[in-house]
Ligand binder design. Structure first.
Ligand code: BG6
Length: 296
């Protein structure tokens, strides 16, 4: 179902028979909402999000491509998040357990203007699907369609903003003892110590070669988000905290308390594709009552 969203921008609404739903804006190929079958929102979206090109929507799941962050010469996080994507009305087959209403394929191809900024031809297919249990699945397929014989390289992230009740009550599991780059400390390499990660100040770290499963445990809500990823070795963890929050025009001063970005990404070792080659990066998100997770 395609409807008009904020500022008249088109959005696709996905619904799964048991009641879960998701919303995807064509602007940015951007998931802005994911609700479980009790209609509880699971993603953070800023009250000050602008929904106005060229600013990316603040919250949900921005797609960072062809560049993550400032790791290159392009604009921060690349341009995919502020381009208009189109819907593929004749998509390739989908898994048998997913109903027609519960998935959409969006396509991004370079415009003439884009080709001036990043001189490559590609097709980026983003499939957003809701699984029968309300899981949100994102699959990106990026193909090099250059006809000049040239390979290209890119970095990438699903910049997911999770909605949490209180950041100081949140713990992330799966990143302990890993190496990371710290954006707040001149990109030096560090090794994480100790137990699960907790939050008491600004954080902006890129964990390297992370396991395929990461958990975000929200004690107050008694909810655990589980990320499962494939083709996405790195994981960015970001919370701007109070000072940076105040400096962002599209983010409320206190909103940092209710969000945490954990971003399945490819940052340290860019992907290189020769003409005709395709890369696939998959992220599966589930939200479960914390008690279900004990003993895992
Ligand atoms: C994170 C980066 O992924 O995104 C941070 O690691 C950055 O450095 C943040 O501040 C938000 O970026 P933006 O461009 O959406 O404000």
């Amino acid at each position: 179902e395609i409807v008009k969203g904020v500022n008249g921008l088109d959005k696709v609404v996905l619904r799964e028979v048991r009641g879960s739903s998701a919303e995807v804006y064509l602007y940015g190929g951007h998931v802005t909402s994911w609700k479980n079958d009790h209609e509880e929102e699971l993603l953070f979206l800023s009250n000050k999000a602008m929904f106005k090109p060229p600013k990316a929507i603040r919250g949900g799941i921005p797609i960072c491509f062809p560049q993550f962050g400032s790791h290159g010469t392009l604009e921060q996080h690349g341009f995919a998040r502020n381009r208009f994507w189109s819907i593929d009305t004749d998509p390739p087959p989908f898994p048998a357990n997913i109903s027609h209403n519960a998935f959409v394929d969006l396509i991004l191809k370079p415009s003439e203007e884009d080709a001036k900024i990043w001189p490559h031809s590609y097709e980026f297919r983003l499939r957003v699907a809701l699984g029968p249990g309300g899981d949100l699945m994102l699959t990106s397929r990026i193909r090099n369609t250059n006809n000049d014989g040239k390979a290209f390289s890119f970095t990438f992230a699903y910049h997911t903003y999770f909605l949490v009740s209180d950041i100081s009550e949140v713990r992330v599991e799966g990143l302990e003892t890993l190496d990371y780059l710290d954006n707040l400390q001149e990109k030096e390499r560090f090794t994480e110590q100790g137990d699960a990660i907790t939050f008491e100040s600004e954080v902006d770290k890129i964990y390297l070669s992370t396991p395929s499963k990461i958990a975000i445990i929200d004690h107050e809500k008694k909810r655990t988000f589980v990320l499962r990823k494939d083709g996405l070795p790195d994981a960015v963890v970001w919370n701007p905290w109070d000072k940076k929050a105040k400096a962002m025009s599209d983010f409320g001063d206190d909103e940092y308390k209710h969000m945490l970005c954990v971003e399945a990404a490819v940052v340290e070792k860019p992907i290189t594709l020769k003409p005709g080659e395709e890369w696939k990066g998959r992220l599966e998100l589930s939200a479960v009552p914390s008690s279900y997770c004990s003993g895992q």
